[in-house]
Design a binder for this molecule. Sequence first.
Ligand code: CP
Length: 307
Amino acid sequence: MKNLISILDLSLEEIDELIATANDIIANPTKYQDICRYKKLATLFYEPSTRTRLSFEAAMLELGGSVLGFSEANSSSAAKGESVADTAQTISCYADIIAMRHPKEGAPYVCAQHASIPVINAGDGGHNHPTQTLTDLLTIYREKGRFDNLTIGFCGDLKFGRTVHSLIQAMSRYTGIKVVLISPVELKLPSYIKKDVLKANNIPYVQTTSLEEVMPELDILYMTRVQRERFFNEEDYLRLKDSYILTPEKLKTAKEDLAIMHPLPRVNEISVAVDKDPRACYFRQVLNGKYIRMALILKLLKEAGRI
Ligand code: CP
């Protein structure tokens, strides 16, 4: 595999390998500190980011490599009308690997068609976010010790939340998974994901608007923010943005070993009072994101014969 555009580009064996590498990096960081010396990662971010861009950069630096790139379209020649295809060919002359975030679905795929170096999708519109999914999988593995036989509740903006779409795709390949979809009616999971992923893989799922009702059943609660930037009108966003606010009170009926996850950024959907709860693992999830991206950079550079 030369690129990572969708989580389905990775087999379950490859995901296991990446998780094993990430765990080894966590245990033995010095072993990896020079592997990417003289190699360059280009971060092409046409949309805002804190975690994804900076964790990619930290990952490459901790592997001994360097980073270059831009963090907004307006500081690149995209502002003058340059196409993603031309940008891909240009960056291939300067770097060894690309991580691209773009507001348009499919842009990283187009980039991969024209680049001569590996391309990683760092989030494309409301579509996919496979490196967040790898982060989530490493977190699930480290928190729960398994991927099978888990009931996962996805709560919030399931329509536009690309991290939800990618994680549902990933978890649907494991056995004994049950999915609970908790959202306002207007932000339900798109029908194509229910049909092509959940139904196609015989994953039992329920849809509800009530988090309280399903809380006791959940092994994992994956909270998400309402994605303001993808709404067509501000009025709808304001009406829906506080649909779910997780508080210590609401967690009283939850399992003792619930894992509370969130891809972040958080706006208002998890009260800061929840942060002290040992079941809140969203900042451990942030750290896992750096390690799994280190593992991914290593894999793609090795496969491309660049290290
Ligand atoms: N989780 C995530 O993608 O965060 P950023 O938007 O800050 O990169």
